[in-house]
Design a protein around this ligand. Structure first.
Ligand code: NOJ
Ligand code: MG
Length: 533
């Protein structure tokens, strides 16, 4: 087992010690009764984030958008969609957040715009348009048809034919989301100006949407077929994205964004990247000139068992470049909720793992109360991916249902008709859990408070101790402090010996704080413990 690794410099930044909380704005809090969450709603609920003990809130897109992909199709990068409020509301939100000690991270969507963005309208106007080259236009293949075999992430060809000009444009996602041409210096300049617009308004950083997609093969070569493709997988899995993403030129683009950010001081750049580990860590960039945090989705994508987790933690720690800061994510608006993936009991163990691992944690709204995937009737489906490729379980609506604030039928989310059905709020909601010292919410508050109070947990070294049977154990150390974390990933009781005398200071069951150290650590089913010598 590789031992500890010194994880910090003396210049610790907020995004290293802090915890990020993701808000999907449509679903957090509606303030005007239209059934869709909004900026004013987020502002009203900042107190929840403060009480929870997180440090930063990342807000998914709220820019003007036709909502073909619920805001990831941006028609104006420097505005607020009326559905979500106004720029003044945004300024109010950021002022209030900062006043309460919370950082605000925006979602930057640079790979594609909406087809309704004025840039695209101009680009589409004709082959001679001044902005033609701002997007990716190609002639049909020599025998006719799309220029190559690249596939859309939401099904079908990634090329859309434009009758008027006789050319195709490229869209890695919906045809309503044409890809920008990041080889064009004017695009780069315009998009860095967008970053500055929000930096000037005080935002503390950006989560950059599909950052590994920004550059495509200059020669537009066909992608190879995927020999591992099986029926039941999404259409996009038919080919391997060898030429359509993750190109070496992307690192120049990212370094430019990073330089833009750095000019404003202590801000963070986070990259959304779904790539194998060895490619993921490349996004820290040459001499750490890349993103500060390439989102690490390993906990979402890997099997949930002690040995597998131990291995992935070790492999990740080993793969990090010198000075590269780790991070961990348990859920987001594109993935089924953790409580549905692994069950309610293990979701508590997962919370303890997330908040005691070395690296910045990201919590998805609702996971702190153990929300599960919502049930979406066929006629209630909203997600365009589910509509394009129905029945494969690809839909993302289940993890996007409204936040449960109260036990009421509307969950305290809206006075109107919610855009997605509200789940069983009486089973899990903020109001009830606030009064329950053993709730999932109480567990998150305790874990976050402990993490804040002890640098060993936020910034300390990580040392793997054991992965035997269902037990995963590791130590976190800094200065004179040591914590031992022992997690039972199984549903049977288990006893652990040989780790020395320890006493438990926090259990996932929230009913166990021991006065005296013991040599045997006895774990109940699905129990995680934080112990001290
Ligand atoms: C990743 C986002 O997280 C997802 O929700 C979106 O559909 C695609 N990028 C396209 O922007
Ligand atoms: Mg609203």
């Amino acid at each position: 087992m590789p031992g500890s690794r010194v994880g910090t410099t003396d210049m610790t930044r907020w995004w290293q010690s802090g915890t990020i909380y993701q808000v999907y704005p449509r679903s957090f809090q509606d303030s005007d009764g239209d059934g869709i969450g909004d900026l004013e709603g987020i502002r009203q609920r900042l107190g929840h984030l403060v009480a929870l003990g997180v440090d930063a809130v990342w807000v998914s897109p709220f820019y003007p958008s036709p909502m073909a992909d619920f805001g990831y199709d941006v028609a104006d990068y420097c505005g607020v969609d009326p559905m979500f409020g106004t720029l003044e509301d945004f300024d109010g939100l950021i002022a209030d957040a900062h006043g309460q000690g919370l950082k605000v991270v925006l979602d930057f969507v640079p790979n594609h715009t909406s087809e309704r963005h004025p840039w695209f309208a101009e680009s589409r106007a004709g082959r001679g348009s001044a902005k033609r080259d701002w997007y990716i236009w190609r002639d049909p293949a020599s025998g006719g048809g799309p220029p190559n075999n690249w596939a859309s992430n939401f099904g079908g060809s990634a090329w859309e034919y434009d009758e008027a000009s006789g050319q195709y444009y490229y869209h890695a996602f919906l045809k309503e989301q044409p890809d920008l041409n990041w080889r064009n210096p004017q695009v780069r300049a315009a998009m860095n100006d967008v970053l500055r617009f929000w930096l000037e308004r005080g935002v503390d950083g950006f989560r950059v949407d599909v950052i590994w997609h920004l550059m495509k093969d200059a020669g537009f070569r066909d992608n190879p077929d995927n020999p591992g493709f099986a029926e039941g997988q999404p259409d996009i899995a038919r080919v391997l994205p060898v030429h359509s993403a993750d190109q070496p030129e992307v690192f120049d683009v990212i370094a430019e964004m990073r330089a833009t950010i750095e000019a404003y001081g202590d801000r963070v750049l986070i990259g959304e990247i779904y790539l194998p580990l060895e490619r993921l860590v490349a996004y820290y960039g040459h001499d750490l000139s890349g993103v500060h945090l390439p989102f690490n989705f390993q906990l979402i994508l890997s099997a949930w068992n002690a040995r597998g987790l131990a291995e992935l933690i070790e492999t990740y720690e080993r793969a990090l470049p010198d000075g590269g800061w780790p991070n961990w994510v348990l859920g987001n608006h594109d993935q089924h909720r953790v409580a549905s993936r692994i069950g309610a009991a293990q979701a508590r163990v997962a919370a303890m793992l997330l908040l005691t691992l070395r690296g910045t944690p990201t919590i998805y709204y609702g996971d702190e109360i153990g929300m599960t995937d919502g049930e979406i009737a066929p006629e209630a489906v909203q997600d365009p991916w589910e509509k394009n490729e129905p029945g494969l379980g690809l839909g993302r609506d289940p993890e996007r249902t409204p936040m449960h604030w109260t036990a009421a039928d509307d969950a305290g989310f809206t006075t109107g008709t919610p855009w997605l059905p509200v789940g069983p709020a009486h089973e899990a909601n903020v109001a009830d859990q606030t009064g329950d010292p053993r709730s999932m919410l109480a567990l998150h508050r305790r874990l976050l408070a402990l993490r804040r109070a002890h640098e060993a947990l936020s910034l300390g070294s990580f040392e793997s101790v054991a992965a035997t049977g269902d037990v995963l154990a590791y130590r976190r150390r800094r200065g004179g402090e040591t914590f031992l974390i022992v997690l039972n990933l199984g549903h049977e009781p288990v006893a652990v010996d040989g780790l020395g005398q320890h006493r438990a200071i926090l259990s996932t069951h929230l009913d166990r704080e021991e006065a005296r150290p013991a040599a045997t650590i006895a774990l109940r089913p699905d129990e995680g413990l934080i112990l001290v010598p």
